[in-house]
Design a protein around this ligand. Structure first.
Ligand SMILES: C[S@@+](CC[C@H](N)C(=O)[O-])C[C@H]1O[C@@H](n2cnc3c(N)ncnc32)[C@H](O)[C@@H]1O
Length: 326
């Protein structure tokens, strides 16, 4: 195992002993860590682990397999995520005869995960070790990936399909705030590049390119699963989308337009970092940001500074802030 630009990379002389998928922990040597969220990725990087985000694995990277895989199953990404993990482990991470440990985030999900996996051909034994409840078994026969949920919407008179599943924001329908922001962006000038901060499954970035409002886009996310879906959706729509696994809006290149359907349930310090990044971008070029109308006062206070001009548009139950250098 050699140190390579802050990552431990497995080489032919030091094969991987295990993969740990999702969740915390597993930072031992010769362990690969596959993460779903930026915080987990950062924790792994700071411990010099061999850490990879799900979108990287799915979009571009081939990795060595290992004789042991531990899977921490998150509790909010829906049932098809278990099937997706099963498919990833079976086809990408586990070597033949590997031992696989499934650990639900909540022990009460054990039975449900077991029955889901058994339908895919897994034979599993339930075990309790101290506080850890787990399912243990060998790999089943290969099975196809799950069919992820999709939604179809009209953009510029044509049907566009988005894969929207695995606990991503507003998977059932395009969110009213998203549509409000989209409407305001359509009234504005076209740009070469736009940044979509917190892109989700990519509706704003992809939709605005398809509408001729941008030539290309950069999408940021802290949720690697969402970022992967945005990448898949962009590919299917035939548009040029760069993916950035990045919590700070000001860390991606300046663009003529930035859009953001603001995530409003963040911890205070993360919310501050995000808002500050949007303000920094707005000091360079136009930012369109949307929140529910009930939060108008709070965000107006952030954006209405001496160096910025702000217009507000009230659409549906939302307010879109059009913020640009004064
Ligand atoms: C309200 S949703 C909007 C999703 C998408 N733009 C849409 O309109 O459907 C906010 C998204 O921001 C993501 N997010 C949260 N904090 C972030 C950050 N610091 N940087 C980038 N994305 C973030 C969340 O994972 C979530 O997908």
């Amino acid at each position: 195992v050699v140190r390579h630009s802050n990552l431990i990379t497995p080489t032919s002389t030091g094969e991987l002993q295990r993969w740990v998928v999702g969740g915390e922990g597993g930072w031992e040597p010769r362990t690969g860590v596959l993460v779903f969220e930026y915080e987990q990725w950062l924790a792994g990087r700071s411990r010099h682990a061999f850490v990879l985000a799900l979108h990287e694995l799915m979009m571009s990277v081939t990795v060595p397999d290992a004789p042991e895989v531990i899977i921490n199953v998150p509790n909010y990404r829906g049932s098809s995520f278990v099937s997706l993990l099963s498919w990833i482990v079976t086809t990408r991470l586990a070597s033949a005869h590997a031992t696989i440990f499934w650990r639900p985030e909540h022990p009460r999900l054990l039975g449900y995960i077991k029955s889901r996996l058994e339908k895919l051909g897994w034979k599993l034994e339930s075990r309790r070790r101290g506080k850890v409840v787990e399912l243990v078994g060998q790999l089943p026969e290969p099975h196809p990936p799950p069919k992820a949920r999709r939604l179809v919407t009209q953009i510029e008179g044509r049907d566009v399909e988005f894969i929207a599943d695995f606990g991503v924001f507003s998977a059932d329908r395009i969110d009213a705030g998203t549509l409000a922001l989209f409407e305001v962006a359509l009234r504005g000038p076209s740009v070469k590049t736009l940044a979509d901060i917190g892109t989700g499954y990519g509706y704003l970035a992809i939709g605005l390119i398809l509408s001729g409002k941008a030539h290309r886009a950069i999408s940021t996310e802290v949720d690697s699963v969402a970022l992967w879906l945005a990448g898949l959706n962009a590919r299917a729509a035939g548009v040029s989308l760069a993916l950035a696994f990045e919590p700070r809006p000001d860390m991606v290149e300046p663009t003529e337009l930035t859009v953001c359907n603001i995530p409003t349930h963040l911890e205070a310090n993360k919310s501050r970092q995000l808002t500050l990044g949007l303000i920094r971008r707005a000091n360079i070029a136009r930012v369109l940001a949307v929140v529910h109308a009930s939060l108008e006062g709070r965000y107006a206070k952030h954006f209405e500074t001496q160096t910025l001009s702000v217009q507000r548009y009230h659409i549906y139950s939302h307010v879109v802030f059009d913020v640009f250098p004064a």
